[in-house]
Ligand binder design. Structure first.
Ligand code: SAM
Ligand code: NAG
Ligand code: NAG
Ligand code: NAG
Length: 439
């Protein structure tokens, strides 16, 4: 064999390209090939797999066009790994030799590779500025990919968007997130950099379908697992009060699991899509109520009425059923906890009150001990001692900033404002509550 010079398989001559020119990616490259007769192909394939020339839309094993009585295949190998027979591992060479394949069957061939053969990361590596951070860690929500491009990549945004649409079959819109987050509704402004201007997405999570306008409501695919964890605590017949429900990633699957659900969100668009999703997932409407209220009113009216109704017998729940309260608005949720403290004044209900209520409240903390800080924050916010069941680190949001979940029991003492002197802590200044969060 004429030695194949080691080559890179990246596109060349495209560095700095700002307007996508797919023809420019065409290049010729000399690659090693193995000539193998048809009968032996299946035997040697497992060995050759380790050395295959791996490109998009390219078959490493191809028929050899020749008119002899024997027919052959050629196996294309990776020039980044193989330039001599001895680059093939000893043991692999032995197997090949047993099949009658020797050094003389290793040859080289010039092939053409083009845009279609490169993955998006190879393209970005070849086009974008060298030695600088490239496009990384984007997320896909339905047909939308959203990016958070650094300054030095903004000139390339159109190319980046087009490449992603070409290469990711399920993507037809690419947006770049501007750093403007709507602090109330938790949605952020975004700019279309490629594809159709269509923000209505459909995603599947925890066996439910969610449809919503991604430009108007909050959705984070990274919370899927956390939603699932909470859903696992819910049993049929349980009650869920979802104070900041968004388009329903806790509420809709909970209702499907035969919980009685009270779902609330202040954003009218979230409320609209929540109701849409309840219908779309065929939720039993007898067990699903939705509200478009401020969290405070939801707690002080809807949740309170529910407790009163339980106490006076208007509402009933099974003995073993629990009441769960999810509060996923990490930047602010703790500020709503004080409304639980002394929610029921009427002491006549006290005797009857015997319910297990579990609160799952989320917060952001910055610091070296996120567990301790999260617990302290929650205790201070509610204004009395609490029985914490679990403190959990949900995800790292940015260096040193954690999204935490504190799970605690909302006891009779808290609901009736009966804290013992010793349990009382004067509400002091809040630690590490961040309102301007960038996720
Ligand atoms: C972080 S999102 C969580 C949504 C959903 N629970 C989830 O896990 O994806 C917080 C939600 O709280 C809503 N929200 C913000 N302020 C609120 C308030 N004062 N009362 C009720 N909902 C509020 C926002 O519109 C947003 O949908
Ligand atoms: C957030 O969504 C609301 C409607 O729900 C919209 O009016 C607002 O412009 C959006 N905010 C941003 C920053 O895009
Ligand atoms: C229970 O309380 C609710 C209001 O919270 C009231 O509407 C209802 O009539 C009461 N029922 C009884 C039986 O007292
Ligand atoms: C529910 O609790 C009541 C009173 O404590 C008890 O009499 C009844 O047997 C319980 N029912 C079930 C199904 O456990």
């Amino acid at each position: 064999m004429t030695a194949v010079l080691p080559v890179t398989l990246l596109p060349i001559g495209v560095r700095g390209m700002k307007v996508l020119n797919r023809q420019k990616f065409l290049r010729k490259v000399v690659v090693p090939i193995l000539k193998v007769c048809d009968e032996k192909v299946s035997e040697v394939t497992p060995i050759c797999k380790n050395y295959f020339l791996k490109l998009e839309n390219f078959k490493p094993i191809q028929p050899l066009k020749q008119d002899s009585e024997n027919s052959y295949k050629i196996i294309h190998l990776n020039p980044e790994r193989i330039s001599h027979w001895t680059d093939i591992d000893n043991s692999d060479r032995e197997v090949l030799q047993k099949c009658g394949i020797t050094e003389k069957d290793l040859d080289s061939k010039e092939i053409e590779i083009m845009y279609e053969n490169f993955k998006y990361d190879s393209i970005f590596k070849a086009v974008l500025p060298e030695n600088e951070e490239t496009v990384s860690g984007f997320s896909q929500i339905g047909h939308i990919i959203h990016l958070n491009l650094r300054e030095h990549l903004l000139d390339y945004k159109k190319l980046i968007g087009e490449v992603l649409i070409d290469k990711i079959k399920t993507c037809s819109t690419v947006v770049n997130k501007n750093n403007i987050i709507d602090n109330t509704y938790r949605n952020f402004s975004m700019e279309i950099i490629a594809g159709e201007e269509n923000y209505i997405v459909t995603v599947k999570e925890n066996n439910c379908n969610f449809r919503f306008d991604f430009s108007k409501v909050y959705w984070n695919p990274r919370l899927c697992k956390e939603h699932e964890r909470i859903l696992e605590y819910l049993k049929p017949g349980d009650i869920l009060f979802d104070v900041f429900c968004g388009v329903g990633p806790f509420s809709i699957p909970a209702a499907k699991r035969k919980c009685k659900v009270f779902a609330n969100d202040l954003n009218p668009d979230s409320f609209t899509w929540l109701n849409f999703n309840a219908k779309q997932n065929k939720v039993n409407m007898k067990n699903f109520k939705s509200y478009n209220l401020d969290g405070k009113d939801f707690i002080c009216k809807m949740f309170k009425d529910f407790l009163v109704n339980l106490c006076n017998g208007t509402e009933e729940i099974q003995n073993e059923s629990k009441i769960h309260i999810t509060m996923n608005l990490p930047a602010m949720a703790v500020e709503f906890l004080k409304h639980f403290n002394g929610l029921l004044e009427d002491k006549v209900f006290m005797e009857k009150f015997n319910y297990e209520i579990i609160v799952y409240v989320y917060c952001f903390v910055i610091g070296d001990d996120p567990y301790k800080d999260a617990e302290k924050l929650v205790k201070e916010s509610i204004g009395c001692d609490i029985n914490i069941l679990n403190t959990f680190n949900v995800r790292n949001v940015s260096p040193k900033k954690e999204m935490m979940r504190v799970t605690f029991k909302l006891t009779k003492n808290i609901i009736f404002g009966l804290k013992q002197e010793s349990e009382c802590e004067p509400p002091s200044k809040k630690i590490c509550v961040e309102k301007e969060l960038k996720e």
